[in-house]
Write a protein of this length. Structure first.
Length: 188
């Protein structure tokens, strides 16, 4: 598993540092934050956060899901490869079942919590589903994305507890200041 992950990271680095793009100033501004090592090293907390971000954005019906997930993962210091990979659970083969589940979940949430939502008048009849409104879909994909993101944390922590050699817990290392040496105590 570790070998496959390292190969994927190397391929992504090579693609981001393509010889035709790496000297362009606009490309350097975009990709420079991506080369921070902590964003690519898998540990329990960064993988859980990256997976949660990716799973949430996989339920949002926008075209650049993986780009938005990668940008947000960079901002919150989560694992970028896991955030991007999790976006691909929604694809042309799985979108229809996800959309059906999102509409049903949205209907249930609106009816259960008696939410007043906009777009109630924008309704249409879908075969096999019945009368639905756009608000059911919006509430549904938001609720399903949040549920999947919240499920990511316990699943990653459970996986890390069961197989600690595959997904270790790494402590954040403090950066040394110039006053600290290899054997020196930090100066207050």
């Amino acid at each position: 598993m570790k070998v496959h992950y390292l190969r994927m990271v190397r391929r992504a680095f090579r693609a981001l540092r393509h010889r035709k793009l790496r000297h362009r100033p606009w490309w350097q501004k975009i990709t420079k934050p991506l080369f921070e090592r902590s964003l690519w090293v898998p540990c329990r907390d960064t993988v859980a956060t990256g997976l949660a971000i990716g799973l949430y954005f996989s339920m949002v019906p926008i075209i650049p899901q993986s780009i938005v997930a990668a940008i947000l993962a960079m901002r919150v210091k989560a694992n970028v490869p896991f955030a991007v990979a999790a976006c691909f659970i929604s694809n042309p083969f799985t979108n229809v079942p996800f959309w059906f589940a999102q509409i049903r979940l949205g209907q249930w949430v609106i009816e259960t919590f008696h939410l007043h939502v906009p777009f109630e008048k924008a309704q249409m009849t879908l075969p096999g589903v019945g009368l639905v409104s756009i608000s059911n879909f919006f509430v549904g994909f938001t609720a399903m994305g949040l549920l999947m993101a919240l499920l990511a944390y316990p699943l990653v922590h459970l996986f890390s507890a069961m197989l600690p050699h595959h997904l270790p817990v790494r402590r954040h290392r403090k950066k040394r200041t110039s006053a600290e040496g290899p054997g020196n105590v930090p100066v207050p």
